[in-house]
Design a protein around this ligand. Structure first.
Ligand code: E4P
Length: 217
């Protein structure tokens, strides 16, 4: 499973990138707002650092306007994936932009039917939102499994990009289901390293090393 980082925080991306943990980046208007940066400037900086796809989201609502914005965003770098919402207009924009050879990430997906339409419209990535479904007491992981099954049934090449990930548990569950990609905030990716037994075991080793006077360098 590829790891995308869901943030527009350049320093947070750099820390994970230096560890080889970053296969791509996803942003959205809320994350750009949080960064306090200009969308073109921050997206270019991310694209200069990361080799993999960097999703940059359109803000228009009409297909023709989304297409114009998508073309503009795609000028930033070759690794831009234009992000469009899963609306009828978004699907039209997806069809046109993917027809031009651009990567397209169709976002705000909350049903298997929406994912089917995105694949038909030539999406490179479909972004089902797990956490926002969980918030409504609907199991978001079931949606990832349903889309995986449907895409495999028909050999769709659209990649399942699990999004709105809120916990390290979501990451391992997505990997078990077979999501192609999971995009998560930096804190969730770092939390994957945590285990209470690791902490407990390390405390004991540190105490014994001290008691034994172990010195290595
Ligand atoms: C995906 O591309 C979105 O940017 C993101 O995963 C949304 O997550 P949220 O529901 O935590 O805002």
């Amino acid at each position: 499973m590829k790891f995308f980082v869901d943030t527009a925080d350049v320093e947070a991306i750099r820390e994970l990138h230096d560890l080889g943990m970053v296969d791509g980046v996803t942003t959205n208007p809320s994350l750009i707002r949080k960064s306090g940066r200009d969308i073109h400037e921050v997206t270019r900086e991310i694209c200069d650092m990361v080799e993999g796809p960097v999703s940059a989201e359109v803000v228009a609502l009409k297909a023709e306007d989304m297409i114009a914005e998508g073309r503009k965003l795609a000028e930033i770098a070759d690794n831009i994936a234009v992000k469009v919402p899963l609306t009828w207009d978004g699907l039209k924009a997806c069809k046109v932009l993917s027809g031009e050879g651009k990567m397209v990430n169709v976002t705000l997906c909350f049903s298997a039917n929406q994912a089917l339409l995105a694949a038909k419209a030539g999406a490179t990535f479909i972004s089902p939102f797990i956490g926002r479904l969980d918030d409504l007491n609907i199991d978001g992981l079931d949606l990832i499994a349903d889309i995986r099954e449907i895409y495999d049934n028909y050999g769709f090449e659209t990649q399942v990009l699990a999004a709105s990930i809120r916990s390290a548990n979501h990451m391992s569950e997505c990997a078990k289901i077979g999501a192609d990609v999971a995009t998560a905030p930096p804190g969730v990716i770092k939390a994957m390293a945590n285990h209470v037994l690791t902490d407990k075991g390390l405390d004991a080793f540190v105490a014994d090393a001290k008691a034994a006077g172990i010195k290595i360098v």
